[in-house]
Design a protein around this ligand. Structure first.
Ligand code: LMR
Length: 418
């Protein structure tokens, strides 16, 4: 659209001119920014918070809660916090704190007696929990394999798709969960690994698969490792739930240990949010196994450069807490006990939920609830049923029917007769 205006020059002459008032030409800087689609997990919390009902229950986000629905601070963390009090302000210890934390973290994932650790064949940096660890790896992948893609299981933690998308790495999917059997689609998974182009990146959940709670067994992991080796794929493990599947930190690292034994070079994202309850601290680690120490040094310097340009460096308080626990025999034993208590409680809740549903003569089978492991029950409820539970009973869960398994909530859920 054009409109005519008169312009007066300094010599008092006037000129008539057309001025563009075209909408496009006067568009504001951010007029083209539309609201982002809602996050499938955090939006559940937002909806829950805006519900005024006193009966409301949030079974959405994967953050462990006690019987009253309150966050839990582990006793080992309280004691560790006392023991490190003041250290976090010591600027001079920053570098040593971080390298110690990385060493402690990879030992937990790869094993105390791991050759990789002994030979220094890994590069690792602290990360902002599991998301940060995945993101650093995705950026690293993009930097050195710009045309590569990564295969993600169907389904997977929704943020995996977003993390690799924002790192400009394409994603593909591989078969994982079978909605009919509510178990693993093992053969289809193996076929997808076999049929993927050689030297592909594969994201694997080593334990307590999020959201399904369905993990391959020992023999299946051996086969997965074997086929990945033949295909020269690069396995990247997102281990957000070490300890939370079986209650045993070592046992939950079995998949990674199998791959290491088979001589894979691999990547690993670790988070201490769930197993130490350090949600708000954002403590994690990303590590990459390398051919030798020199390669590890090069990889580490690249990871550090990615961190430097993104947020310079990570905070030290969380790493100090983790190292204090992992290096003190008493605190470590207490931690292991507390992890077991959380997991036993989650298992008891599975049993209660299944019993409650069966007592209501539900026509559906709820056997899968007690077969799955970890923090979530992948209920099999449809999005419509999830909506109904939210609307009529103020029970909130993710749209895919994933339920976080806390006692009080599960008891009530059983009474709702979905
Ligand atoms: C989840 O799956 O709910 C957790 O991993 C928390 C999150 O940030 O998504």
């Amino acid at each position: 659209m054009w409109s005519r205006h008169l312009i007066r020059f300094s010599n008092n002459r006037w000129m008539s001119t057309s001025v563009a008032t075209n909408v496009k030409n006067i568009m504001g800087w951010w007029d083209h920014v539309l609201p982002a689609p809602k996050d499938p997990i955090t939006s559940v919390t937002e909806a829950f918070l805006s519900d005024p009902s006193p009966l409301k229950l949030n079974l959405g986000v994967g953050a462990y809660r006690d019987d009253e629905g309150k966050p839990v601070t582990l006793e080992c963390v309280r004691r560790a916090a006392e023991s490190i009090s003041g250290c976090e302000f010591l600027e001079s210890t920053k570098a040593t704190t971080k390298s110690k934390f990385v060493q402690d973290s990879v030992k937990l994932a790869y094993g105390n007696d791991s050759n990789v650790v002994r030979e220094g064949r890994f590069a690792g940096v602290p990360a902002l929990s599991g998301t940060g660890a995945c993101r650093l790896f995705a950026q690293f992948q993009r930097r050195f394999y710009p045309d590569s893609q990564i295969f993600l299981p169907t389904p997977t933690w929704s943020n995996h798709h977003d993390i690799w998308r924002d790192s400009q790495v394409c994603t593909s999917t591989y078969h994982y969960y079978d909605p009919d059997t509510k178990g693993l689609q093992f053969q289809a998974l193996m076929n997808d690994i076999k049929n993927a182009p050689d030297r592909s990146f594969f994201l694997l959940h080593p334990c307590a698969h999020n959201p399904t709670g369905v993990d391959p067994n020992y023999e299946q992991w051996k086969e997965i490792s074997h086929i990945c080796k033949i295909k020269n794929h690069f396995p990247f493990f997102d281990m957000a739930y070490q300890g939370i599947a079986s209650g045993d930190l070592e046992r939950d690292a079995t998949a990674i240990r199998i791959f290491l034994e088979d001589g894979h070079l691999l990547g690993c994202a670790q988070s201490f949010s769930k197993n130490m309850g350090l949600y708000g601290h954002r403590v994690g680690c990303v590590s990459i196994v390398s051919r030798d120490e020199n390669q590890a040094t090069a990889i580490k310097s690249q990871l550090q450069q990615i961190v430097r340009a993104m947020y310079s460096s990570s905070p030290v308080h969380g790493p100090l807490l983790v190292s204090a626990i992992l290096n003190d025999a008493d605190l470590k034993a207490l931690w292991e006990e507390e992890v077991k208590v959380m997991v036993d409680r989650l298992i008891r809740m599975r049993i209660t939920l299944r019993q409650n549903l069966e007592e209501l003569n539900s026509s559906a089978s709820w056997e899968h609830i007690t077969k799955q492991v970890g923090m979530f029950y992948f209920s099999g409820l449809s999005p419509k049923e999830v909506d109904q539970l939210q609307r009529d009973f103020h029970i909130y869960m993710t749209n895919d029917g994933r339920i976080r398994g806390d006692k009080q909530q599960c008891g009530l859920l059983g009474k709702c007769n979905p």
